[in-house]
Design a protein around this ligand. Structure first.
Ligand code: SF4
Length: 492
């Protein structure tokens, strides 16, 4: 069983721990810089990249505006093709539906394709509580599961591990889950991949139930699409007798023509490939081929709340390429675990506080986990203005305080932590509305500047602990202007 994100501290505290770990920083720096350079080259090859990006943005926005219509169309298409559609309002309902579906097959183990949605709802933990063992089959997910670890990247969940660490995990843990690692296992990529292949093959051939997510769902035909690089997804989607797919409702596209855009932008943005290696598509069930039963669980879990926010809803355009993580200076240093969610990095900083609300310390801190440099927006293939949403969510935290979810309602409670900030803003407003008092204050500050403390007291200490306080000039700007230019104070 992997560790979960439950009870994670606020971002600054978790990030402080992470930046003290030189191995983690080295692993992250190497991996993110490598993939970021490759992505830039792959994207640079296309002369119409800006047009594709804009097309992706428009398709997603159009779909989100008419989400109810397209979801109904999808349900009709999937049902007509022999599948069964289930609707899950939250994680609990989705987990209950999947657990009952697996139980109905009489099986006690399932194979899984890498899926963010099932991690979001902690499906593996729910299945384990019901006595059902879920085997992750994506190589990086396998490393996370065997290491009883948490994912730290959307595309490469074990990005925080180097080859030596992975070798040790395989050698130590594989025997607990099935076929052990070879005695002479080295840390070369070929050896590690072969050990994983042999370990997983017996699970693929034995499994009667497969569980997946989906990158896209095409409303016009009810087709689901999984995009992956290892072939494990193809095995999970075709060999088992029952296939259960848990998919966020925002993953829908209206037509195959729309899908074409994302099948060009996703591989280049994520793995820097011109074309994705394994793109699996299936429509309901087919006689004599593939699973006999197909269930689609459509997951809300905070998405309609997010859709109701006209600024924040752009986060639902995300196609989970992870390009924003790979260019983010904060992610590169803090790593993925500090974000306290399966969605780390810039997209996590805007998605988690919207899906979960800003009621917890970690979710209220995430909108601040950014320098607002804008690199994430530059690389995003669906043009999500992440800095804009971050500032919007900061406003929500400061103005309203953390939102608390009670049943179906989201309530706002007073933000104790920001009372000092609000008092400072009120004082500034008063001072700017009284120029005489402002001038007197500035002169006093200049005259007493040698007596000023080097650090701020109280909550401001954390800010000045890592920065130099700006020095107060010997003379206020207005006095200097008047002395050197001879103008009247209020004229300028
Ligand atoms: S926000 Fe944009 S760049 Fe980041 S993962 Fe989503 S689609 Fe990719």
């Amino acid at each position: 069983m992997s560790a979960t994100f439950v009870g994670m501290p606020a971002f600054p505290e978790a990030a402080r721990e992470a930046v003290r770990n030189p191995t983690l920083r080295g692993n992250l720096r190497h991996a993110t810089h490598t993939i970021r350079a490759k992505r830039a080259r792959a994207v640079g090859e296309l002369s119409d990249w800006a047009g594709l990006r804009e097309a992706g943005r428009r398709i997603k926005d159009h779909t989100l505006r008419h989400l109810d219509r397209y979801l109904e169309q999808l349900e009709e298409s999937v049902t007509a093709a022999g599948g069964t559609v289930h609707w899950a309002a939250d994680a609990e309902e989705a987990n209950r539906i999947v657990t009952e579906l697996v139980r109905a097959t009489g099986e006690s183990e399932v194979v899984k394709v890498k899926s963010m949605a099932t991690q979001e709802i902690e499906l593996n933990e729910a299945l384990a509580a019901a006595g059902i063992r879920a085997y992750e089959t994506d190589l990086a997910e396998l490393i996370v599961q065997l290491g009883k670890d948490r994912p730290s990247h959307i595309l490469v969940p074990a990005i925080h591990r180097n080859r030596g660490e992975i070798r040790d995990i395989f050698a130590r843990e594989m025997r607990e889950w099935g076929r052990p690692a070879p005695e002479d296992l080295t840390d070369t990529p070929a050896d590690l991949a072969e050990a994983a292949r042999l370990h997983l093959r017996e699970k693929f051939l034995r499994a009667k139930v497969g569980i997946s997510g989906a990158n896209f769902m095409v409303a016009e035909t009810g087709t689901l699409v999984v995009v992956e690089s290892e072939g494990n997804g193809r095995m999970c989607l075709t060999l088992p007798e029952t296939l259960i797919s848990v998919v966020g409702i925002e993953k829908i596209v209206p037509t195959w023509r729309d899908l074409e855009v994302f099948l060009q932008t996703l591989p280049r943005s994520s793995t820097a490939e011109r074309m994705n290696p394994y793109t699996s598509m299936w429509t309901g069930t087919t006689d004599e081929d593939g699973p006999r039963a197909f269930h689609l669980v459509l997951l809300d879990n905070g998405r309609t709340d997010t859709l109701a926010d006209t600024v924040g809803r752009q986060a639902l355009r995300c196609i989970r390429c992870s390009a924003c993580l790979n260019v983010c200076p904060v992610y590169e240093r803090a790593g993925g675990h500090a974000y306290g969610s399966v969605y780390p990095g810039p997209i996590g900083a805007i998605l988690s506080p919207q899906l979960r609300g800003t009621g917890s310390e970690i979710d209220a801190s995430l909108p601040y986990a950014s320098s607002l440099c804008g690199a994430c927006y530059e690389v995003c293939p669906v043009a999500i203005d992440i800095p804009e949403v971050l500032v919007h969510l900061r406003e929500r935290v400061v103005e309203g305080g953390p939102a608390v979810r009670r049943g179906n309602k989201v309530l706002l409670k007073p933000a104790k932590g920001h009372a000092a900030e609000r008092a400072a803003m009120r004082a500034a407003r008063w001072a700017f509305a009284h120029p005489g008092a402002l001038r007197a204050g500035q002169r006093l500050a200049s005259r007493t500047r040698r007596l000023h403390p080097r650090t701020l007291p109280g909550p401001g200490r954390a800010w000045s602990g890592a920065r130099d306080l700006p020095a107060v000039p010997p003379e206020p700007f207005r006095d200097w202007w008047q002395r050197t230019r001879g103008g009247k104070d209020g004229d300028r």
